[in-house]
Write a protein that binds this ligand. Structure first.
Ligand code: NAP
Length: 295
């Protein structure tokens, strides 16, 4: 393999250690500890695992977790009332509604009720608008995690050709906006893109966020490119990314594996967003590196 592997687990661990240190300093200054409220409706086992992981991660860095679980038949209005309560609770710096929700609960509509300064998932229309305008705000965790991986490997983004495959609100669009803000020249590809291979071959920075196992061929990778694989597909061979990894790694300069690449960054950035939200809510000056800064 010619490429250097980007070790997402190690970088996520570094970010978590930094957040833990910053939370201790924040508390030592007399501030209440940041708090993260998770809201889980129903008993979907995968969602329960995700929420438990977020709760555990909070405890490890000194963020206070608030674990709200509602039964699978909880009415929409009950979840809505809980979100309003959390919006008004000063102990809660960040709120996360775990999606998907059961059919009687309109999860995406409820997400929009989260106060923008507590929107640690960065998914409300206000957060998306702030990102689009390049103004301070909370950024979505996986996209900002991708930028952090590039930053920690000193990948030069200014003037670079960046290609993002995928245009979802959750991943593709925010990654493209963050790369644009970093002064890359950004192309966004999707299912109607005519010649995906040709677009990818131009990329100094290639981000695949599709969810189709091994669809990005090795010969689509420009020699020396930095390549991030956000895609996750469960197959008989285990968890697989969007890259045809081995041939891609023969040409790339830097590359993320799956698992252990982009994935671990998501919770690390959620923790960082929660601390950043607490700072903003108490009127503290924003800190460099917090994702409330234009990235
Ligand atoms: P999504 O909403 O399904 O979006 C997929 C995107 O890929 C769409 O924009 C779609 O284009 C595009 N696409 C589909 N087929 C294509 C093709 N043949 N050629 C080019 N583009 C194609 O998925 P998502 O939520 O963005 O997630 C993408 C992947 O990232 C998934 O595998 C997901 O599991 C993973 N993910 C990982 C993390 C993490 O690691 N922490 C976090 C979030 C998501 P159209 O818009 O034209 O349909």
């Amino acid at each position: 393999m010619a490429a250097t592997l980007i070790d997402g687990r190690a970088i996520a661990q570094e970010v978590r250690a930094e957040v833990a240190r910053d939370v201790e300093a924040w508390a030592a200054d007399g501030h209440p500890r940041p708090g993260l409220a998770t809201v889980l409706v129903g008993d979907d086992p995968a969602s329960a695992v995700y929420v438990a992981g977020k709760q555990k991660a909070c405890r490890e860095v000194g963020i206070e977790p608030f674990d709200h679980r509602l039964p699978h038949d909880a009415p929409h209005a009950e979840v809505e009332a809980l979100l309003h309560e959390l919006n008004d609770d000063p102990r809660v710096s960040g709120i996360l509604l775990q999606l998907p929700t059961p059919p009687q609960v309109d999860g995406p509509a409820l997400t929009e009720l989260i106060r923008p300064d507590k929107d640690v998932d960065g998914l409300t229309p206000v957060s998306a608008g702030l990102l689009a305008k390049g103004r301070p705000g909370l950024r979505p965790c996986t996209p900002v995690g991708c930028l952090e991986l590039l930053r920690r490997h000193d990948v030069a983004l200014e003037g670079a050709e960046a290609v993002v495959i995928g245009r979802s609100d959750l991943v593709g669009k925010p990654i493209a906006a963050l790369l644009l803000q970093a002064n890359a020249t950004v192309t966004v590809c999707h299912s109607r893109t005519r010649d995906l291979g040709e677009a990818c071959r131009r990329a100094d920075v290639l981000v695949a966020a599709v969810g189709r196992a091994r669809m990005v061929r090795g010969d689509w990778v420009k020699p020396g490119a930095a390549v991030l694989d956000v895609g996750l597909t469960r197959t008989d061979d285990g968890l697989v990314g969007d890259l045809d990894f081995e041939p891609a790694a023969e040409r790339a300069g830097l590359i993320t594996p799956v698992p252990g690449g982009v994935g671990p960054m998501t919770i690390a950035m959620l923790l960082r967003n929660t601390l950043a939200a607490a700072r903003v809510q108490t009127g503290a000056p924003e800190r460099r590196g917090a994702s409330v800064q234009p990235a």
